[in-house]
Design a protein around this ligand. Sequence first.
Ligand SMILES: [Zn+2]
Length: 159
Amino acid sequence: MLEGLFIDNKGPYAYEMRDETSHIEGYSLSSPQPDPAWSHVDTQGHFHAFNLENGGLALPTLIYNEYGVPHCAICNEFVEPHFLAGGITHESIPGPKRVSITVPRYNRDVNHGDRVSFYTREMFGIAKVTGFHFIGTFDGKSVCLDLACEFIVKRNNDL
Ligand SMILES: [Zn+2]
């Protein structure tokens, strides 16, 4: 339980906060890359490797036939260049910030859908009342308030 929440400038209340920000999961495929370690000498003694400089043919010693099959540009022997497998890159991008606050011992009238202002020493924002229910406590009943933040931002700590 956290302390120090003011709602519409009344408080402080103890509260619980949950970050319900969802993350958008994304995957992207990177294409196969030339293997810089690959080289091959064919049976006629012709050396083959990737051109790793920018520009020019990636495989300057090879030609491709009509089926896209690589062959030695001199002797026409089949040569299979080696590529490094492309990877699957996983990205997790936070969606719109969603925070909900529960205030267990709220003692003021409130209605479902009300919009309230709130702040603590560290943050402030506006929230909508998404639910409330009465809970029994040692000194009677109090309202447990559920808030969904419309926005919540950090504030300066120079109080
Ligand atoms: Zn050759």
